[in-house]
Unconditional design. Sequence first.
Length: 121
Amino acid sequence: MRFKPGPPNRSAVPGRSTWYLAVLWLVAFSLVVGAMPALVYADTGHPPVYLRTENGQIINPITGTNADQPYSPEQTCGLSGCHDYNQITQGYHFQQGHDVISDQFNARQPESLSPGMQGKY
């Protein structure tokens, strides 16, 4: 009895199954890595944060709404009720240099107004 060859087996083509496997792993890896931020930040318990102006208006840099206004930490963090703004402003790092703040503190670096964190650029 003589062997008759059949049609070629596509899975036996060298490198083809390896390529498919590599693509499959890449897709799976991308899905897992892409889902990581959603999994990590899903249960933080912190509401979305919107930067706000001194008047409490939302700053939206995407649409340009109030984008020319400075943001207010008091309105941004204190207004939402998440953080006690009065307690934060009494903290050590917040108060550093508040008692020596001066426009003439450093002539070479006019943006620095004190040796502490107060008045830093």
